[in-house]
Ligand binder design. Sequence first.
Ligand SMILES: [Zn+2]
Ligand SMILES: [Zn+2]
Length: 368
Amino acid sequence: MKAIVTTPGVKGSVHLGEIENPSGWQDVQAADGHPAEGALVEVVEVGVCGTDQEIANEGYGAAPRGRDQLVMGHENLGRVVSAPEGSALKAGELVVATVRRPCPERCLPCAAGQSDNCLTGHYTERGIKGRDGYMAARYVEHPDYLVPLPATLARIGVLMEPSSIVEKGLIQAFSIQRSRMPWEPRQALVCGAGAIGLLAAVFLRLRDLEVAIVAKAGAQSASARVAQAIGAQLLDADQHPVAEIATELGNLDLVFEATGVSAVAMAAISATGHDGVCCLSSVTAGARTVSVDTDALNLDMVLGNKLVFGTVNANRRHFEAAARMLGAASRRWPGALDQIVTRRVPAESFQDAFQRQPDDIKTTITFG
Ligand SMILES: [Zn+2]
Ligand SMILES: [Zn+2]
């Protein structure tokens, strides 16, 4: 069956190839050659993000042990073909698979089902690190890692994986803050209007916060339409630098940073208000430096009781929470989130999906 495969570390090696068995088959294979306890899932579509770009163009990622090729893709949406006996999954049901799998050492968080907090770094990730991904006609996965979705989320279910990361960050921000003090946040700032930034804005609006998004996105862009639909303010980053934005907006109770630019992340920390929390989610793989007034930054953190934390990946609990948030968002703003998926490209033309176009937010590759 067809799959989009790459040889990690070899630039330009991404191609549409053929694989003998459903992706991930090896990991759940029983002695008789049938999946032992895996569900068989046919892929509907898979989102492309910066991580996939890095795997394709910058040599990031790792093939499964003993092989040199990796099936790409982690932001998946599929439909159950068959599920093992006794599992709650039903044939025909929409599902999204989580991405990370626990480390072989079973460190404390991994043993507790929180491989997103893995301590050893020896975790694997489907489509990224040591495990085949979801850019294939079909894949196999253990039901523990499959999260069912209602049919009503068919158009936006592919946003589940980025949604899970956002929702994890927000769940943590709220629970940490409320363990520190009485906290009723009113004003939030989101830096960046990519899929992660927009989803953060959506989930913050669902929590009834005033939301401003600072981004390099024009007034006519798809991001601007999404912002308008959900009642968030979109500010042009060139006219409203993050470092100065608190004077415009007032005390920022929560700042969610998702630009992929470390200088903005530093500014986001400074912009965070008194008793505020700053959630950093950008993976910045470069080696850029900025100079920071450390006396001012430290003083501000201390006198402002500020909290800054980073977040990456998500576990099953966060995927389930993301499904609830996407459902609530699609009821409150029908059609708004559909606009985050700006292009759908068939697997045969997958190269087009890896080529960024000016108004792209989320591009997906469709199968079947
Ligand atoms: Zn991604
Ligand atoms: Zn671990």
